[in-house]
Design a binder for this molecule. Structure first.
Ligand code: ADP
Ligand code: CA
Length: 454
C-alpha cells in the first residue's frame, strides 16, 4: 500500500511538501541521532546502516555497552531501562556535551525512555504519557472504549487474587494476558472455567519468575482478562507526524491465530483485505492512535477482523520489531530502495516521509520460525536446502547451539526468521512455508543435556 493520505483518510491539514534531499540544517556538522535500544536488537544494525547512508551520527543509549560488537558503540550512553529518571539524566548530560538532533528507539521500554528524553531535550516525539498508556493493556482498553472504538469486554485482577472470584463474571472464550509484557508472552485463551483457572495459574507462575521480577514493572502485579475476538489478524505499520497518521502497510497474518497460545508465524504484504475491511482497519487504528495520544513517531498496531468489524488489539509506540522490519522495503523519492529504519531516520530528522517513500509493490513475507520444542538447541539441519527454495531471500537462525528454547506462552523469542520476496503474497507465503519444511532443529531435553555434562 502506498503511504498516501487517502489511505488514512485522516489528513487534517494539507501537508507541505519539502524536498527530502535538502538538508534540514546548515551543513556544518552531521545530524546526531540518539538511539535508545537494548543491545540485542537486530534493528540497531539497520539503524546504523541508515545513519551511514544518510551521513548522520548515531549514538546509542543502552543498558549493556560492554556487550556491543558494532562500530558505532563509541560514546554510547550507559543507562538502565528500569531507572527512567537516571536514564533521562544520563542522556541530558550527554546532550549537554554534544546536542542530539533527534531521538529513535527500538523496543517498548526503550520507546518510553526515548519519549522521556525527547521531552527533556525539546525534540518532537510521542509524549511519554501516551507511550505509557500504549504499553499498558488495561489503560489502552479504557482509552479505546472511552473513545467509542470497538472494544472487547475486559477487566483486571491483582496477580495474587484467588482466581475463583473471576469465574462468575466471564464469558467464553476469553483471553488471559499480562499487562506489561510483549511478543504475545503469557497470552492464553480459555474456553471453559477449568481452562481459565489453569491459564491464570500459568500466567501467575510466569509473572513470579525471577526474569520477570527483574523488570520491576508494576504492570506485572496484575493480569487482564478479556473477550476473545475471533477472526483474521493484521498488523499495521505507520508513522504519525504532528498528529497525522500515515500508514505504510497492512501486513496479513495468514496462519490462524486461535490459541491457546499466540506466538506469531507469518507476516505478509501486500494484504488481501477487501476495500471495506481495509477502510475499517484504518479507521479503527487511526481512532486508536488518536485516543492513545500518539502524536509523533512510529506505530505498530494489531487488529482483528471480528464479526462486528475491525477491533484493535493494541498499538505499540514503536515500529515492527527486530528482523521483521526487513519485510518492508520502500521506494524513495530518487527511485532507490530503502529500509524502514532509513525512512524512520528521515522522519525523526523532521523530513517528510509519507509522501516520498512508498512500500515497494511486491509480495514479501517473513516467517518467525516456531519454537520446535522445549529444550536445548543442538543445531539445525537443512539450511542449504531451505535457502535453495525459490523466492527465499534469506534465512537467519538466531538461536545458538546450547541455547535454551522456550515455547510460548512462557517463551518470547523465535529461533530464527525466513524471508521471501516475489510477485504475490500467496507465492511468498508458500516459499517461507516450503523453506521451513526443509529445516530440522535438533532439540535435546534439558535433563539429557545436564546428565551428559555431569
Ligand atoms: P503482546 O503485547 O504480548 O503482543 P497482545 O495483546 O498484542 O499482547 O496479544 C498477543 C496476541 O494474542 C495478539 O496478536 C492476538 O493474536 C492474541 N490476542 C490478544 N488478545 C486477544 C483477544 N482479545 N482476542 C483474540 N486474540 C487475542
Ligand atoms: Ca501484540
Amino acid at each position: 500500500m502506498a503511504c498516501t493520505n487517502s489511505a488514512t483518510g485522516r489528513c487534517r491539514s494539507t501537508p507541505v511538501i519539502v524536498d527530502p534531499t535538502l538538508p534540514m540544517r546548515p551543513p556544518t556538522r552531521a545530524p546526531r541521532v540518539l538511539l535508545v535500544a537494548a543491545t540485542t536488537g537486530y534493528q540497531i544494525r539497520s539503524f546504523g546502516a541508515a545513519a551511514e547512508r544518510l551521513g548522520a551520527e548515531l549514538i546509542l543509549a543502552t543498558d549493556r555497552c560492554h556487550r556491543l560488537d558494532d562500530p558505532w558503540r563509541d560514546g554510547a550512553v550507559p543507562i538502565r531501562f528500569h531507572d527512567e529518571d537516571a536514564a533521562v539524566r544520563a542522556i541530558a548530560d550527554a546532550a549537554a556535551a554534544a546536542p542530539f538532533d533527534a531521538v529513535l528507539a527500538v523496543g517498548d521500554r526503550p520507546a518510553l525512555i526515548g519519549a522521556l528524553a525527547a521531552r527533556v531535550l525539546g525534540l518532537p516525539a510521542h509524549s511519554p504519557a501516551a507511550v505509557r498508556v500504549a504499553g499498558h493493556k488495561l489503560k489502552t482498553r479504557m482509552r479505546l472504549r472511552a473513545a467509542g472504538l470497538r472494544t472487547p469486554w475486559f477487566r483486571s485482577i491483582p496477580v495474587d487474587r484467588d482466581s475463583g472470584v473471576l469465574l462468575d463474571r466471564v464469558s467464553y472464550p476469553c483471553v488471559v494476558k499480562p499487562l506489561g509484557l510483549a511478543a504475545s508472552r503469557g497470552v492464553i485463551r480459555a474456553d471453559t472455567p477449568v481452562e481459565l483457572v489453569a491459564a491464570v495459574e500459568r500466567l501467575r507462575r510466569l509473572l513470579a519468575s525471577p526474569e520477570i521480577r527483574l523488570l520491576r514493572d508494576p504492570a506485572n502485579d496484575s493480569i487482564a482478562l478479556e473477550e476473545y475476538i475471533p477472526g483474521h489478524e493484521v498488523a499495521v505499520e505507520g508513522v504519525v507526524t504532528d498528529g497525522e497518521l500515515e500508514i505504510f502497510a497492512i501486513l496479513d497474518k495468514p496462519d490462524p491465530l486461535e490459541g491457546p497460545f499466540f506466538e506469531e508465524t507469518i507476516y505478509v504484504t501486500p494484504d488481501r483485505l477487501r476495500l471495506e475491511e481495509r477502510r475499517d482497519v484504518v479507521e479503527q487504528v487511526g481512532g486508536a492512535v488518536e485516543a492513545l495520544g500518539l502524536t509523533h513517531g512510529p506505530i505498530h498496531a494489531e487488529c482483528r477482523l471480528g464479526p462486528r468489524g475491525a477491533v484493535v488489539i493494541e498499538v505499540a509506540a514503536r515500529s515492527i520489531g527486530g528482523l521483521c522490519s526487513r519485510v518492508l522495503r520502500f521506494n524513495g523519492p530518487a527511485g532507490g530502495s530503502h529500509s524502514l529504519e532509513e525512512v524512520l531516520f528521515q522522519h525523526t530528522l523532521g523530513r517528510p516521509v509519507a509522501r516520498h517513500y512508498a512500500v515497494a509493490r511486491e509480495g514479501a513475507a517473513v516467517m518467525m520460525i516456531p519454537v520446535p520444542g522445549a529444550g536445548i538447541c543442538q543445531g539445525v539441519a537443512g539450511l542449504d536446502a531451505a535457502r535453495a527454495v525459490p523466492l527465499v531471500e534469506d534465512i537467519v537462525i538466531t538461536t545458538k547451539p546450547g541455547q535454551r528454547l522456550v515455547p510460548w506462552p512462557e517463551g518470547a523469542s523465535y529461533p530464527g526468521f525466513i524471508f521471501a520476496r516475489g510477485r504475490s503474497p500467496e507465492e511468498v507465503v508458500a516459499a517461507v512455508r516450503a523453506a521451513h519444511d526443509r529445516l530440522t532443529f535438533r532439540v535435546a531435553s534439558e535433563i539429557a543435556v545436564t546428565a551428559a555434562m555431569g
